[in-house]
Design a protein around this ligand. Structure first.
Ligand SMILES: O=C(O)CCC(=O)C(=O)O
Ligand SMILES: [Fe+2]
Length: 370
C-alpha cells in the first residue's frame, strides 16, 4: 500500500490511543450445551443459564465471545491459510476479481469508513448463490438483481475452503440466533423466517503492517448494519470495542479458536433498543499483518425491519419506523462508491421523531459529561 497517503489519516479525536486497554469483561461464553443438545429444551437449567449470559452480554457490551461452538479448528485454519495465500499475491492478480459498481463482490482495497480510507484489503462473497438484492437504492425502482461470487483461479483451494467454512458458520449462526431469541423472551425460532432468502456475506480481511499505526485505522469506527456478526480473528488482535459505560475503546484480546459475536443494527431495531449495536474499529500493527473473517448474517432483501410486536406495548412503544433492508443496504453501498460528503444512512434516521429528540438530548448531555 506504500507510504501513508493523507486519505488514510484519521481526525485527531478518532486516532487510536498509544496505550491499549485490554478487555476486562467482554464475556466468553461456552455454548457447548446448546450446540450439542438437539432438540433443545429451553427450560433446562443449563440452557437457562446460557441464555442469561447471552442477555447480559448483549445488554452490557453488545459483544461476546463464544467457545466450544462446534466449528472444527481445521475448517477455520484452511480458510485462514487460503486467505493468506490469496492476499500474498500481486495487486494485479488480486484485481482480476475486483469488485465494481456492477458486482459488489470480490476483491477491494480502497474501502472508506466515514469517508476516511481503511488500511486493509478485502475479499467478499455471499453464502447463498445467487443472492437477490434490489437493483437500485432508489425507492421507486422495484427491480432486483442477482449476486454471484467471483472466485479467483489462485489459490485454487480458496473456494472450497470458504464454502466448507460457510456451512459450519451457517449452523452456528442459527444457533446463536435461537439463543438471542430466547434471551429476548421470544420462541427460539422467532427470527429464523427473516433469513429464508439471506443476504448474508463473508469478508476476508487483510490488514498489512502499517508504519503509522497511530494515525490510521484498519477499519474506522462503525456499527454493523446487519443482524449478527460472527468474527474469527487471528492471534495478532486489533479489534477495539467502544465500552458502553464510559465510551472508552477496549481491545479484544484474541482467544484461540473463539468467535467474537456482536449484535448489529437490525437486532437493535427488532429488540426496540433492548440491545444496542455497538461501535467498534480496528487498530493497526507496525510489524505484523493481521487477518480476520467476519460472517455478516443478514435477512432477505425484502425484509421490513421494525420493532417486533411482542417487544413493544403502550409503555414501550415502537421507537423506529419500518425500513426496507435491501434498500438500506443498497443506499450504503451506493454512498460508499460516491464517497458522499454527508453522513451515511443510519438506523437513527428511522427513529420516530419523539425518540430522535430524546436521543439528541442524551447525546448532548453525554458529550458534556465525557
Ligand atoms: O477485523 C475485525 O476485527 C473487525 C472488522 C469489522 O468490524 C468489519 O469488517 O465490520
Ligand atoms: Fe464491523
Amino acid at each position: 500500500m506504500g507510504e501513508l497517503d493523507p486519505t488514510f489519516i484519521q481526525e485527531l479525536e478518532h486516532r487510536p490511543k498509544p496505550v491499549v486497554i485490554e478487555a476486562q469483561g467482554i464475556p466468553e461464553i461456552d455454548i457447548s450445551a446448546f450446540v450439542t443438545s438437539s432438540p433443545t429444551n429451553p427450560n433446562a437449567q443449563g440452557i437457562r443459564d446460557l441464555v442469561d449470559q447471552i442477555r447480559d452480554a448483549c445488554k452490557d457490551w453488545g459483544f461476546f465471545q463464544v467457545i466450544n461452538h462446534g466449528v472444527p479448528i481445521e475448517t477455520r485454519e484452511k480458510v485462514f491459510s487460503a486467505s493468506k495465500r490469496f492476499f500474498d499475491q500481486s495487486v494485479e492478480e488480486k484485481r482480476k476479481v475486483k469488485r465494481d459498481e456492477v458486482n459488489p463482490l470480490g476483491y477491494y482495497d480502497t474501502e472508506h469508513t466515514k469517508n476516511v480510507r481503511d488500511w486493509k484489503e478485502v475479499f467478499d462473497f455471499v453464502v447463498d448463490v445467487p443472492t437477490m438484492i434490489p437493483a437500485s437504492h432508489e425507492s421507486d425502482n422495484d427491480e432486483t438483481t442477482e449476486l454471484h461470487n467471483q472466485w479467483p483461479h489462485h489459490p485454487s483451494d480458496l473456494r472450497d475452503a470458504c464454502e466448507e467454512y460457510v456451512k459450519d458458520l451457517q449452523k452456528l449462526s442459527y444457533k446463536l440466533l435461537e439463543l438471542i431469541s430466547l434471551s429476548l423472551n421470544l420462541p427460539a425460532n422467532r427470527l429464523k423466517p427473516f433469513f429464508k432468502d439471506p443476504t448474508t456475506f463473508v469478508r476476508l480481511n487483510h490488514y498489512p503492517p502499517c508504519l503509522a499505526p497511530d494515525l490510521a485505522l484498519g477499519v474506522g469506527r462503525h456499527k454493523d448494519a446487519g443482524a449478527l456478526t460472527i468474527l474469527a480473528q487471528d492471534d495478532v488482535g486489533g479489534l477495539e470495542v467502544k465500552r458502553k459505560t464510559d465510551g472508552e475503546w477496549i481491545f479484544v484480546k484474541p482467544t484461540p479458536n473463539a468467535f467474537i459475536v456482536n449484535v448489529g443494527d437490525i437486532i437493535q431495531v427488532w429488540s426496540n433498543d433492548a440491545y444496542e449495536s455497538v461501535e467498534h474499529r480496528v487498530r493497526l500493527n507496525s510489524t505484523r499483518e493481521r487477518f480476520s473473517i467476519p460472517f455478516f448474517m443478514n435477512p432477505a432483501h425484502y425484509t421490513v425491519v421494525e420493532p417486533l410486536a411482542e417487544l413493544t406495548n403502550k409503555q414501550n412503544p415502537a421507537k423506529y419506523k419500518g425500513y426496507n433492508w435491501g434498500k438500506f443496504f443498497a443506499t450504503r453501498k451506493y454512498s460508499n462508491f460516491k464517497k458522499l460528503e454527508v453522513e451515511n444512512i443510519q438506523i437513527y434516521h428511522f427513529k420516530k421523531p419523539e425518540e430522535q429528540r430524546i436521543d439528541d438530548v442524551v447525546s448532548r448531555v453525554a458529550n458534556v459529561v465525557i
